[in-house]
Design a protein around this ligand. Structure first.
Ligand code: AMP
Length: 298
């Protein structure tokens, strides 16, 4: 695996690949787990060559958020990426991505202020800007993102459409721990007791999914069920429990035409997110089995 730290060299290396091969790209912030590696595997299945990036992007963290304590383990990440078949790794410094005088930002208005964008002002401006830059640098045929960050997928789809960026966005399923907790780099920052508590996000989504499976479509009923689950642990603070249109992120009244059920909560000092996508399925197959690691390896 070739590790590249400058935008110019990365652009040149990717251009050489693209001359005669399909290039897939997996952007990450590192502290890699099976969720990230599932994106690499999907990219490998669909492309000839896979590039990844590791960059903890300062512009998507608001002051006072966890930028400083965000887990970083570069050597370990390189081993995992290489073992999974990544050919090119872009690992720039913050100064390389944001040199002095950089004044251009990408803002996805409306969408960027919903869900996580509402509770983390400026977050999606940082995400859209860095992803636009990375897509320009790598120029891949397709780019792989996790459905775990469902709002991010909606924001980036809109950005790619609106800016005519010639890349196919592929959204991949959420990979979970055995007990159902969605894998996240931030799980590393949970204390042992908070790790147990964190399951409440999955339990809340499960409560809503079960109701949907029983034929319940009223968003307010589903929301109440989730809030009730969250109320069972005073040490967890809900940020949002929302039933929205997966493309616009606007609330829907019922799930009859599909919906994204999304939650965010503070468990101790760590903010976690999770979601389940209700597509236009029939009630009898609505409750989906969680997507476990074994399925990724299969
Ligand atoms: P991050 O390093 O957190 O910025 O994530 C990099 C990419 O991995 C994003 O597209 C995430 O949505 C995706 N990702 C993170 N966790 C998971 C997971 N548990 N399952 C699938 N994809 C994930």
């Amino acid at each position: 695996m070739q590790i590249i730290t400058t935008a110019r060299e990365m652009q040149q290396a990717c251009r050489r690949v693209k001359a005669n091969r399909r290039l897939g790209f997996v952007p990450t912030m590192g502290a890699l787990h099976e969720g990230h590696l599932s994106l690499v595997r999907r990219a490998l299945a669909e492309c000839d060559v896979v590039a990844a990036s590791i960059f903890v992007n300062p512009t998507q963290f608001a002051p006072g958020e966890d930028y400083e304590i965000y887990p970083r383990c570069f050597e370990d990440d390189c081993t995992k990426l290489e073992a999974t078949g990544t050919a090119l790794l872009f690992a720039p410094s913050a100064a390389e991505m944001y040199p002095e005088g950089a004044t251009t930002f990408v803002e996805v208005t409306g969408l960027g202020d919903r869900l996580d964008g509402a509770s983390r002002p400026g977050h999606f401006r940082g995400v859209a800007t860095v992803v636009a830059k990375l897509l320009n640098i790598v120029g891949s045929d397709s780019a792989y993102f996790g459905q775990k960050d469902a709002a991010q997928v909606a924001v980036l789809r809109a950005m790619i459409r609106d800016l005519n960026i010639p890349v196919e966005l592929v959204a991949c399923p959420i990979v979970r721990e055995r007990d159902g907790l969605a894998m996240s780099s931030r799980n590393r920052n949970l204390s042992e007791s908070d790790r147990g508590r964190a399951l409440i996000l999955h339990r809340a989504l499960d409560a809503a999914s079960r109701l949907v499976g029983d034929g319940e479509m009223n968003a307010e009923v589903l929301r109440s069920a989730m809030i009730e689950v969250f109320a069972s642990d005073a040490n967890v603070r809900v940020d949002y429990a929302a039933i929205v249109d997966p493309a616009t992120l606007l609330p829907v009244d019922d799930t009859s035409r599909g919906a994204l059920i999304a939650v965010a909560a503070w468990v101790g000092s760590t903010r976690l997110i999770d979601n389940v996508l209700i597509e236009n399925l029939r009630a009898d197959n609505l409750v989906r089995e969680p997507f476990f690691m074994e399925e990724v390896h299969a």
